[in-house]
Design a protein. Structure first.
Length: 116
């Protein structure tokens, strides 16, 4: 079982930057990919960015060129650097981990508000 704890959300002005962090614990050796999803009320949770153990990344078209996902060398923490934030980026951001046994783990979510 994997536990995920996010941090770094908050209020930022349009055009500003914010970095989210997610620390994994528990059965971290089973994780093969980690990423970030986001959700706004009334909409489905959507993939923002994901990175696998090989370092390959995938981004939603809406964040390409503005967001960067990375992991630490121990592969226990994943980061999301968000630049040039727009009001439409405001959401609750959830950390995600995919494990080799087929289990998916989620963090509790961290809110990002983009407003002047």
């Amino acid at each position: 079982q994997v536990q995920l704890v996010e941090s770094g959300g908050g209020l930022v002005q349009p055009g500003g930057s914010l970095t989210l962090s997610c620390a994994a614990s528990g059965s971290i050796v089973t994780i093969y990919a980690m990423g970030w999803y986001r959700q706004v009320p009334g909409k489905q949770r959507e993939l923002v960015a994901i990175i696998n153990n090989g370092g390959s990344t995938n981004y939603a078209d809406s964040v390409k060129g503005r967001f960067t996902i990375s992991r630490d060398n121990a592969k226990t923490t994943v980061y999301l650097q968000m630049n040039s934030l727009k009001p439409e980026d405001a959401a609750v951001y959830y950390c995600y981990a995919a494990s080799m046994d087929g289990a998916n783990s989620w963090g509790q979510g961290t809110r990002v508000t983009v407003s002047a």
